[in-house]
Design a protein around this ligand. Structure first.
Ligand code: SF4
Length: 348
């Protein structure tokens, strides 16, 4: 994909210069790299809401403050909150009875809600409304006596929470092979849902297989894969072919971030998912003129800007902003938090 033919034939000495420039020891000047900064990228409305919820909850309750699962799947977000006294737990028994507790953006099962009640925890539910939408669809189909096929990744926090809505009626599939093996009690009472952060293309392949095998299968009127996932993937699909290298800021346990790097790789542009500048490898930049930078929905913008600054200072990169789609989505803080904030305001 390199458009500058001279870069295809870099000599080892040139590559050495590039590598040394990476460490700043012999950077003699700009190497005319172009950075395309993908828009939209980074925080989505659900992540913004979850992070602000935790911020405000810390103001109200102080530390230590408990969160069930990582508030969002990003190392920096989690570490920054840990430094402020937030304790992320995977087991509610680790939360002292009566304590305040936040549910993460990924949502929880009814069993976790019930256990929270039993332990008299003061719950603030920061589940993304678009995850809640999938939960409500599961509940609706289960009440109608349907078998529900959830397309998603086993073990992901969101999938565990959604499956918990109707564990006896839900089946998880990840691939066409899973669909081929699938047997259901009544093919006329069947519906599919999807995890919110899947690759749109991968999901469509599995959905097509489901429709081939079960032509009467139902599905919700509106996509479950959320707007933020779709928009970030659309930007990668459109922009990755213009680049020699794609760098996606995000953590390895972030499903939507992983999908962005996967899509670019499938399109033929080498892509790496990294938490930050510290993970860059000099050899990734050999012969590279254009770098596309994006970020998963849980990745902070300051980490993206650190990467851009690094590319500017090390490789003389010029930055171009590419807006593929504009977003204007905002979710309100959880009701229980708004009530507490209102009560606090009234008392101050
Ligand atoms: Fe909500 Fe989508 Fe963001 Fe997940 S990625 S928190 S579903 S908006």
């Amino acid at each position: 994909m390199c458009r500058d033919p001279t870069r295809r034939s870099l000599r080892p000495a040139d590559l050495d210069t590039l590598a040394q420039a990476r460490f700043g020891s012999r950077c003699d000047g700009p190497l005319d790299m172009k950075v395309i900064l993908a828009n939209p990228r980074g925080f989505c409305a659900g992540v913004n809401m979850a992070i602000e919820s935790l911020d405000r909850a810390l103001e109200i309750f102080g530390a230590p403050l408990y969160v069930y699962h990582e508030i969002v799947h990003n190392k920096w977000v989690v570490e920054r909150f840990q430094r402020r006294g937030v304790i992320f737990v995977e087991d509610l028994n680790d939360v002292p009875e009566g304590s305040p507790l936040l549910f993460s953006a990924h949502g929880v099962s009814p069993a976790i809600r019930e256990l929270s009640r039993q332990r008299r925890l003061q719950v603030i539910d920061a589940t993304c409304p678009l995850v809640t939408k999938v939960h409500l669809e599961a509940v609706k189909y289960a009440k109608l006596g349907y078998t529900i096929i959830l397309i998603g990744h086993e073990g992901h926090d969101e999938v565990v929470g959604t499956m918990g809505e109707a564990p006896d009626r839900m089946v998880l599939v990840e691939s066409v092979e899973d669909v081929e093996r699938l047997e259901v009690p009544d093919p006329n009472k069947l519906a599919y849902l999807t995890q919110t952060t899947l690759s749109v293309d991968d999901a469509n392949i599995v959905i097509a297989a489901l429709k081939r095998k079960f032509p009467a299968i139902h599905h919700p009127p509106k996509d479950d894969i959320c707007y933020a996932t779709q928009n970030r993937q659309e930007a990668i699909r459109e922009l990755a072919p213009q680049a020699d290298l794609v760098l996606v800021i995000g953590s390895q346990n972030s499903s939507n971030s992983l999908r962005l790097a996967e899509i670019a790789n499938l399109l033929g542009t080498p892509a790496h998912l990294i938490d930050g500048v510290g993970e860059l490898q000099p050899e990734w930049f050999e012969g590279v003129q254009t770098v596309l930078v994006s970020a998963g929905a849980s990745a902070p913008e300051d980490v993206v800007q650190d990467l851009v600054k690094h590319l500017e200072t090390t490789y003389g990169a010029q930055v171009e902003h590419a807006v593929v789609r504009r977003e204007d989505v905002h979710f309100p803080l959880p009701k229980s938090l708004r009530s507490r904030l209102a009560a606090q305001g009234a008392n101050s």
